[in-house]
Every structure is written in structure tokens, then in C-alpha cells.
Design a protein around this ligand. Structure first.
Ligand SMILES: O=c1ccn([C@@H]2O[C@H](COP(=O)(O)O)[C@@H](O)[C@H]2O)c(=O)[nH]1
Length: 274
């Protein structure tokens, strides 16, 4: 999917919501545990009820890989289900990969050829040759971890060099030479608030994947005020607050309602800030 196609979906749906499929077998409603693949059964219902209100899905690989082969199959089936039923949705594998070149090539093959997602999250710590193998796929995206939403983001991401340049600024400046804004996005946590203004100045045209709205308490208004650009430039993720809105048989309806609430807020933000 191109940047223009993604923006077209955002305009059509008046939404830049990404639903996070962080499906924990221990948290899914009991009645689904009788199914052959409970995680997949849960995801399908969540997807059917939230698809009208979002433009992207983000399965986080930790939740699938923790279940071994069964979990990986649930992940692949979930991606295939979205592809088949909702082909306009942007699918992100939140895998946070990156390694020496030949290993990154295998990661890229895993996510872009085997699982056929649109984008994969990549850690920049190992540098350019750990990222470029993911960029050899036309129409596929790298989403580089830049300013994360957690407390630990303070440990390294703000460390300054002798010229006062902070690590996240260095990552942003250097990585923009590796790919254009048609192939690279950045993770910027919603909890970073006003810093969006600075990051947006340094990357005016890139999309940001923004986790941290919902369970982590980030402000959607602040993200939009400081982070939106003329093509929206934001994919805001929420996982737990949507998929675990209710733990009974009506879980999917409740997820749909939460997604709809966020979509309504997003429509208002697009009116105000686009
Ligand atoms: O900086 C980051 C990078 C990734 N994440 C991931 O996003 C979701 C957030 O889930 P919530 O339940 O909405 O808090 C989850 O998969 C994280 O691993 C992040 O939160 N922050």
C-alpha cells in the first residue's frame, strides 16, 4: 500500500485508528476456549466488529510466538483473514526485529513473503545494514522505533552527543537517508506529548505509528495538535482498551463500540488539525 492509498483510506473512513491485536490466550472469553484455534476465533470477531472504524491492524508477535507453532499459525491465519475480507486494511507486524544483514533478510522474508504483511517494526540499534534488507520490497514498509512510549525511553533515546544531538534525533536524521517517506515510518509514543512538535519538524512528511493511547494514557488531542501533517501522517494504535473492553460473550461488540468512540474523536481531530 502506498502513502497516498493509506491517506485515501483515512479520508474515506475519517479514521487513523490502528487496532492492536495483542491477543493473550489468558484474557480471551472462556466460551472461545472450546474452539479449535481460540486466538484466531477471537481475532476474527474483533476484526469483523472493528473494521468499519479503523484503517490498520497491528498484531504484536510476542502474543503469538509465546504460543509456539499454534500461535504462529494463528498470526498467519489472522493476516490472511484481514487480507481476504478487508483488503484495504494496512497490516503491521509489530515484531521489533533487526540483526546483521543476512539475518535481517530472513526476517524480511518471514514478514513480507511468508506472512505477507504491509509493514514490520524494526529496531534501529544495529544500524543501516540491519534495516536495509527490509527496504528491498516494493510497496512494503519499515516502521523504525524512534521515541517509544515506555518509561525506559529515557534510558537511551535522549542521550546527547558532544554537539547536543539526542539519540532519537540522530536516528531520525540518519535513517531518512536510507529510505523515503514512502517506505519508512517511525514509532513515536503518544506518551511523548509535546515532543511531537519537534519530531514533526524533523520529519515533516513521514507517517508516525503512535502507540500509547488507551491503556497507557497518552492524549489523542495532543498527538494530533503537534503531530498531524497535511496527509494526516498518523496511525494511532490502541490495543488493550479495545480488544479487552469486555470479557464476556459480547466482547466483540464492546470492542466495536470502543473503536467507534476513537473513530468519532479522530474524525473531529481531522476536522480541526488537517
Ligand atoms: O513504543 C512503543 C512501541 C510499541 N508498543 C506496542 O504497542 C501496543 C500498545 O498496546 P496498548 O494495549 O494500547 O498499550 C503494544 O503491542 C506494545 O507492545 C508500545 O506500546 N510502545
Amino acid at each position: 500500500m502506498t502513502k497516498q492509498q493509506l491517506f485515501a483510506q483515512i479520508q474515506k473512513k475519517k479514521s487513523f485508528l490502528c487496532v492492536g491485536l495483542d491477543t493473550d490466550i489468558k484474557k480471551i472469553p472462556e466460551h472461545l476456549l472450546e474452539k479449535e484455534d481460540p486466538v484466531y476465533a477471537f481475532n476474527k470477531e474483533i476484526i469483523d466488529k472493528t473494521a468499519p472504524y479503523c484503517v490498520a491492524y497491528k498484531p504484536n508477535l510476542a502474543f503469538y510466538e509465546s504460543q509456539g507453532v499454534t500461535g504462529w499459525l494463528a498470526f498467519e491465519k489472522t493476516v490472511a483473514y484481514i487480507r481476504q475480507r478487508y483488503p484495504d486494511q494496512f497490516v503491521i507486524a509489530d515484531a521489533k526485529r533487526g540483526d546483521i544483514g543476512n539475518t535481517s533478510e530472513m526476517y524480511a522474508r518471514t514478514f513480507f513473503e511468508t506472512a505477507r504483511v504491509d509493514a514490520v517494526t524494526v529496531a534501529p540499534y544495529m544500524g543501516e545494514d540491519s534495516v536495509t534488507p527490509f527496504l528491498n520490497y516494493n510497496g512494503k514498509w519499515v516502521i523504525l522505533l524512534l521515541l517509544t512510549s515506555n518509561k525506559g525511553s529515557l534510558d537511551f533515546q535522549f542521550v546527547q552527543d558532544q554537539n547536543g544531538e539526542r539519540l532519537f534525533e540522530k536516528v531520525l536524521r540518519r535513517s531518512q537517508a536510507w529510505a523515503s517517506e514512502d517506505q519508512m515510518m517511525y514509532v513515536v509514543g503518544a506518551t511523548q506529548g509535546k515532543l511531537f512538535e519537534e519530531v514533526r519538524k524533523l520529519a515533516p512528511d513521514h507517517f508516525f505509528l503512535v502507540p500509547g493511547v488507551g491503556a497507557q494514557g497518552g492524549s489523542l488531542e495532543e498527538v494530533c495538535r503537534y503531530g498531524m501533517n497535511t496527509a494526516c501522517g498518523l496511525l494511532v494504535n490502541s490495543s488493550r482498551s479495545i480488544i479487552y473492553a469486555d470479557s464476556t460473550e459480547t466482547f466483540a461488540e464492546a470492542a466495536g463500540k470502543e473503536a467507534r468512540k476513537l473513530q468519532v474523536e479522530m474524525a473531529e481531530m481531522l476536522e480541526r488539525f488537517l
